[in-house]
Design a protein around this ligand. Structure first.
Ligand SMILES: C[S@@+](CC[C@H](N)C(=O)[O-])C[C@H]1O[C@@H](n2cnc3c(N)ncnc32)[C@H](O)[C@@H]1O
Length: 346
């Protein structure tokens, strides 16, 4: 994976060569559907102020960025990052609405510190990371995330712009049975990982996997009947989640992203992370705890060291019943928040 940040920057206020080029599809902004989760809770957590600078590390459909801009008027600034160019291009409607206050950058959030440093920024007042995929990505068959619609078995969030990035079909057609089974078990918590991996390796000898429905059909075929009738979710759900996490190296991204985000927070600044599965949530929970815990006392009774961060959420914040009813994705959303302590001057 390249460590070079993408340099495509869209800003409502500049008119350089990097200016936004509208996509060919004139209905594009309308066709980009994503309902933000826990919006009110994110604003309560970040407490945006006029004059503050906020980083939305996962811009997506721009719903959270819009809420932060609205709450930080008249002078709050937002920088929105996304590794998916569709999301950045879709942001033109917000750039129009908040000229001079929003900047969009096509980048992975693991690179956020470098990307901001290039703009001369070393500190921000708040950061949001709303993990996973957008509904736009899931619902666009050609992106290959969905087992319900047929499309190329791709799943690269950046649409495969970097040629060295492997797609889901590359993994499914080339990895050893054991490697596939580990991915399905580790990232999808799929109990039938071995059975599915074995069937894939047998089937691909005849025909390599190229489409989402081809893989979904195989999983439907090999999944035990008991599992099919007892589970509310489609039998392919866990394998598709696992492949998506592997293709986009989501856990490595998150580890690097959290460290970078913590380093960018100004005193009193907050980092809010929304995760959608237990692997992500566990990582966020442990990291937030670790940086809010004082180091164990040394051999000499010196003054206790105050940790640099304090936990704002001991338990994750979940969507209320109304939001869960209206938005299925909200059911698994967990929001955790930490704050960089203000250092008292002695
Ligand atoms: C759940 S959506 C965000 C939705 C957004 N908060 C909203 O209100 O519309 C997640 C977005 O994060 C992006 N994303 C996921 N991993 C990323 C990463 N490592 N770096 C940058 N963007 C990432 C995805 O491309 C997707 O657009």
């Amino acid at each position: 994976m390249s460590s070079q940040p993408d340099t495509l920057i869209h800003s409502g206020s500049t008119h350089s060569d990097n200016r936004y080029q509208p996509p060919a599809d004139p209905t594009f902004p309308l066709s980009f559907q994503h309902t933000s989760v826990l919006s009110r809770e994110v604003i309560d957590a970040l407490q945006p102020q006029s004059g503050g600078l906020y980083l939305d590390a996962t811009f997506g459909g721009g719903g959270h960025s819009g809420a932060i801009l609205a709450a930080s008027g008249p002078n709050g600034q937002v920088i929105g990052l996304d590794r998916d160019l569709d999301a950045i291009n879709n942001g033109q409607h917000l750039l129009n609405q908040f000229p001079d206050r929003l900047t969009l950058i096509h980048s992975r959030f693991a690179q956020m510190a470098d990307v901001l440093a290039e703009k001369g920024i070393s500190q921000v007042q708040g950061i949001l990371m709303d993990l996973g995929v957008s509904s736009h990505q899931l619902d666009t068959a050609q992106r290959g995330f969905s087992f319900q619609q047929d499309g190329p078995l791709d799943m690269r969030m950046n649409g495969g712009q970097q040629s060295q990035d492997q797609s889901a079909s590359d993994l499914v057609n080339t990895l050893e049975e054991k490697e596939l089974s580990t991915i399905f078990f580790k990232y999808g918590e799929e109990r039938h990982a071995r059975r599915i991996a074995r069937a894939i390796v047998q089937d691909r000898l005849q025909t390599p996997f190229t489409t989402t429905r081809q893989l979904a059909r195989l999983i439907e075929r090999v999944m035990p009947r008991s599992r099919k009738s007892h589970q509310r979710i489609h039998p392919a759900t866990r394998v598709f989640q696992a492949l998506r996490i592997a293709v986009n190296r989501e856990l490595d991204e998150l580890k690097t992203g959290i460290t970078a985000a913590l380093s960018l927070l100004a005193e009193g600044g907050r980092l809010a992370i929304i995760s959608f599965h237990s692997l992500e949530d566990r990582l966020v929970k442990h990291t937030f705890r670790e940086v809010a815990t004082p180091p164990p006392p040394g051999p000499f009774p010196i003054q206790e060291i105050t940790p640099p961060f304090r936990l704002i959420t001991r338990k994750p914040i979940m969507a209320d019943a109304d939001e869960q009813k209206n938005n299925r994705r909200a059911r698994s959303a967990r929001l955790r928040v930490t704050e960089r302590r203000i250092v008292e001057q002695s």
